[in-house]
Design a protein around this ligand. Structure first.
Ligand code: NAD
Length: 482
């Protein structure tokens, strides 16, 4: 039973955002929002039901009649307004991400800024994207697909909402967003920002609720043409299966078990800090986290020493403190999940180099785990194959570059990868052989015009830049008739 804060300080959310207004929920179920740093209730949220969802879909459908016919210039203007509205609220959104999710300050700000920038990036991509081409007696136009259901996860709420919304608006789609119910406060702040951007009524609608209720209605409703989803493989598979009944277009951004290949010419003073940033990004609750570090056996001992040294900088604690690297896990459930994987790693014979089971000393009240590095890991162990979604790194030794590439690709996932090495031609050559949607070399970096998405079980389709916008468009050809 979570502790309850002083009643006066508990926030209450009872509305959804439908047709340009905050509307009282038809659904009556109420959930608690728990603060991850201390387990206290900080808000009570009334969840939407199928009726709320259908109202939102109807509003989006009505709005699509006009918005689907807007020109590129009009959409560019809306994207500009969205960028300004969200950029003006970066401080508030960052504070909310720290409070509700436990995101560490330095990363939370980056996520929120990337969210705001998604609208600027979509403007650039839309400007370059031809929406009409003609040859002979043929004209091809790129038409918005229709009403889109956006379903998002809890670990980077602001970014997911902005990315999906930016692409949908650029394409001329209207949307119903179902955020993770665990991100209700963050979503509310975002909705208030978007409300100020001056979109036509019904273009952007939000129903907070359970995936099995609100999400499921979006997936089965005949008036929703597309689902853009970020979340787990299991739910993504269900969306693909259930969406087939109404021929849904789907974009699925799913999990990862990303490899970082440390080549034998890597300079460890740079490579190890980079490998640890990749692993413990967003407190390890990141789909892109580089949770398998592949190390040449000949350098294993010095790598272990370098990791032990560098982990002293991997501070755990209050996410509001700008010096903290790893914050709490989002929930008790997530805490237990991470602990069970750490136990499993030990049972299967991996060796704990740093960290291990239990709360870090002095942080027993919240959902904090110890950032953990395992060595002596074999790639077929559970901790090397399954997505843990917490700060747990597996170090795996290899004997040759070919073996490193084979191990890296020996995963059902293929979202993100990294190569660390001094000879850049060689690093690029290794990168070209990795089966992943993105590979970074010697850094954790981003490019909002480069596609984001996964091979294999990491997903279907892409977000970001022109790739993200195209996922909300249908090509239509008109032929003959001169
Ligand atoms: P989740 O799949 O449990 O939930 C994601 C969203 O789907 C939530 O809004 C949830 O309410 C909804 N949902 C649940 N059941 C549903 C159903 N039957 N129908 C429709 N919607 C339903 O995932 P999570 O725990 O919120 O997030 C963690 C997962 O997300 C991890 O696997 C992580 O790798 C993945 N993720 C992927 C990316 C990416 O870009 N590839 C980014 C972040 C997170």
């Amino acid at each position: 039973m979570p502790a309850i804060m002083d009643k006066a300080t508990i926030k209450t959310l009872t509305t959804h955002y439908i047709d340009g207004a905050f509307i009282e929920s038809h659904g009556r179920q109420v959930i608690d929002i728990i603060k991850p740093t201390n387990g206290q209730v900080i808000a009570r949220v009334t969840l939407g039901d199928e009726e709320d969802t259908r109202r939102a879909i109807a509003a989006a459908k009505r709005a699509f009649a006009g918005f689907g016919r807007t020109t590129k210039e009009e959409r560019l203007r809306y994207l500009r307004q969205l960028h300004e509205a969200v950029a003006a609220r970066v401080d508030e959104l960052t504070a909310m991400m720290i409070e509700e999710y436990g995101g560490v300050a330095r990363f939370a700000r980056l996520i929120v800024e990337s969210g705001a920038n998604a609208f600027a990036a979509a403007q650039n991509a839309l400007q370059e994207l031809p929406l009409k081409e003609s040859w002979g007696k043929t004209t091809v136009t790129m038409e918005p697909v229709g009403v889109a259901g956006l379903i998002t996860a809890w670990n980077a709420n602001a970014l997911f909402i902005c990315l999906k919304l930016a692409s949908a608006i650029a394409a001329g789609c209207t949307v119903v967003l179902k955020p993770s119910e665990m991100s209700s406060l963050q979503t509310r702040a975002m909705v208030e920002a978007v409300n100020e951007a001056g979109l036509p009524k019904g273009v952007f609608n939000v129903v907070t609720g359970l995936g099995t209720v609100v999400g499921a209605e979006l997936v089965r409703n005949t008036d929703v043409a597309k689902i853009s989803f970020t979340g787990s493989v299991a739910v993504g598979q269900g969306i693909m299966r259930d969406g087939a009944a109404t021929m849904k277009r789907v974009t699925l951004e799913l999990g990862g078990k990303s490899p970082t290949i440390l080549l034998d010419d890597a300079a460890l003073d740079k490579a190890i800090p980079t490998a640890l940033i990749l692993a413990f990004l967003n407190s390890g609750q990141a789909c892109a986290a580089g949770t398998r570090l592949l190390v040449p056996r000949s350098r294993l001992d010095e790598v272990k020493r370098a990791i032990r040294d560098e982990m002293r900088n991997c501070t755990v604690g209050d996410p509001a403190d700008p010096n903290i690297m790893v914050g709490p896990m989002v929930s008790q459930k997530q805490y237990e999940r991470i602990e069970s994987y750490i136990r499993k790693g030990i049972e299967e014979g991996a060796e704990v180099l740093v960290g291990g089971e239990g709360h870090p000393k002095g942080l027993e009240a919240g959902f904090f785990v110890k950032p953990t590095v395992f060595v002596n890991v074999k790639n077929d162990m559970t901790i090397a194959q399954e997505e843990i979604f917490g700060p747990v790194l597996s170090v795996i030794a290899y004997d040759s570059e070919d073996e490193a590439i084979r191990i890296a690709n020996d995963s059902k996932y293929g979202l993100h990868s990294a190569v660390l090495g001094t000879d850049l031609d060689r690093a690029r050559c290794v990168a070209s052989q990795l089966r992943a949607g993105r590979v970074v070399i010697n850094t954790m970096t981003d490019d909002p015009q480069a596609p984001w998405g996964g091979f294999k079980y990491s997903g279907v389709g892409r977000e970001y830049g022109k790739y993200g916008i195209e996922a909300f468009l249908e090509p239509k050809a008109i032929l003959g008739a001169l």
